[in-house]
Ligand binder design. Structure first.
Ligand SMILES: *[C@@H]1O[C@H](CO)[C@@H](O)[C@H](O)[C@H]1NC(C)=O
Ligand SMILES: *[C@@H]1O[C@H](CO)[C@@H](O)[C@H](O)[C@H]1NC(C)=O
Length: 396
């Protein structure tokens, strides 16, 4: 996480849309509060706003959306939500039964142990196997709990739902920082958990400010039972103390059995999106950090909040696939082949709004593979933010 405001053209566009209400509502897809526009169920669409924060919401109002698909093809979305407190903030879970067209308030992940609220960076993960006393299909949710004052400590928490996200129970504390929970160099903050099953262990990746040798570094912890966590192991840590790699996401390149980690490289790296490729998601520390840029004459880069996925290629059935990376400053996505060649990235237009840490997930809509985009807003002024999604063909 970094505090540079992002005033991309998309954010400005969103503001214009909000100002245009209600006279041009017919022309303006996405205004799902002021009008009742919603895409036709189970179709492809962009820019579908599903939640507007209250006008008196605080901070960024909404931010950082994460999604999940349930076995019946319904979709879940969660985000950082900042209504006026009290009551304590939580991570809302909204659900769609019609391919992302309409959404409803389904449940929420509340802080059950700290009395602080679930404040930052939710993440959802469906357990693919029985693990730690939980059956396959259990939904794990990680998130950052800290007080409204941001003083007094911070936990990365793990919650679980055994009833497909209707109810949630606390599982364990993953990591602790003494706070304050700010991005100031020297503050013992934690951010941005990302969950992965690898080699019989659950791994949680996150951003760590607790090591004085690094303003921020990226680390992971592993567990065999969801209760006891290993010491933190570095994934990305630069020699220059002020450097701030942030916002880990990881994907498995199945065809090569390699792993890719994308991150924003703030500090010396100007928050540009970088990546590492390794033989296992546990050994990224030794891998080279590569700046992501397109291989055409524009040499376009991405800034902040990357999200990486790997997917089987939509047009081939030889086992090869594509690596897709979203960056906060771009509507377009970066697409590369399985070798993650530094000179093998192109950009593909999505036609969908950018967002700070816009999430990507391959989902199945009526049996067809699609790419679900989750937007929580652009990290600028809160009154420009809302939660939105798109469902589109997999770009290639
Ligand atoms: C969802 O509904 C619950 C129960 O009515 C409510 O407390 C909560 O604020 C709602 N969440 C959002 C994000 O509106
Ligand atoms: C650029 O990358 C794309 C996507 O991997 C690839 O199809 C194309 O051949 C590359 N172009 C050059 C000049 O290497």
């Amino acid at each position: 996480m970094h505090l540079k405001h992002l005033f991309g053209s998309t954010a400005v566009f969103q503001t214009l849309l909000l100002l245009a209400v209600p006279t041009s509502a017919q022309d303006v897809p996405g205004q799902s509060i002021e009008d009742d526009w919603a895409p036709t169920p189970f179709t492809d669409f962009t820019d579908n706003i599903l939640f507007y924060p209250e006008a008196n919401a605080v901070n960024w109002h909404t931010l950082y959306a994460r999604t999940l698909q349930l076995p019946d093809e319904s979709l879940l979305i969660t985000w950082e939500n900042y209504p006026l407190e009290p009551p304590l903030v939580n991570h809302p879970i909204w659900k769609s039964d019609d391919g992302g067209s309409t959404w409803y308030n389904y449940s929420q992940i509340e802080d059950q142990v700290n009395g602080w609220g679930m404040r930052f960076q939710p993440f959802l993960y469906s357990l693919p196997v029985d693990f730690g006393g939980y059956a396959a299909g259990t939904i794990l949710a990680a998130g950052v709990s800290s007080p409204f004052s941001l003083e007094g400590g911070v936990w990365i928490e793990l919650y679980a739902s055994t009833d497909l996200a209707q109810t949630w129970e606390f599982v364990s504390h993953v990591a602790y920082g003494a706070g304050p929970e700010t991005t100031a160099n020297g503050d013992k903050a934690l951010w941005e958990p990302f969950i992965l099953l690898y080699n019989g262990q659950i791994t949680v990746f996150y951003s760590d400010q607790t090591d004085p040798a690094h303003s921020q570094k990226l680390v992971h912890k592993t567990t065999d039972d969801l209760q006891t966590w290993s010491d933190a192991v570095a994934d990305v840590a630069f020699a220059r103390q002020a450097d701030r790699p942030g916002m880990t996401t990881v994907a498995h390149i199945e065809s090569t059995d390699k792993w890719i980690l994308t991150f924003e490289y703030c500090g010396s790296g100007s928050c540009r999106v970088h990546y590492k490729v390794a033989d296992s998601p546990l050994v990224f520390d030794a891998a080279e950090a590569i700046e992501l840029h397109t291989n055409d004459s524009s040499v376009a880069t991405g800034t902040s909040g990357p999200y990486v996925i790997w997917t089987p290629h939509p047009d081939r059935d030889d086992g090869s696939g594509l690596i897709i990376v979203s960056a906060s400053n771009r509507d377009w996505v970066f697409v590369g082949e399985d070798n993650a060649d530094p000179e093998g990235w192109k950009m593909v237009d999505t036609g969908h709004w950018s967002a700070y840490s816009r999430s990507l997930r391959v989902v199945t809509i009526k049996g067809q593979k699609k790419l679900l985009y989750g937007n929580g807003g652009n990290f600028g002024p809160g009154d420009m933010n809302s939660v939105a999604c798109a469902v589109l063909p997999i770009p290639s």
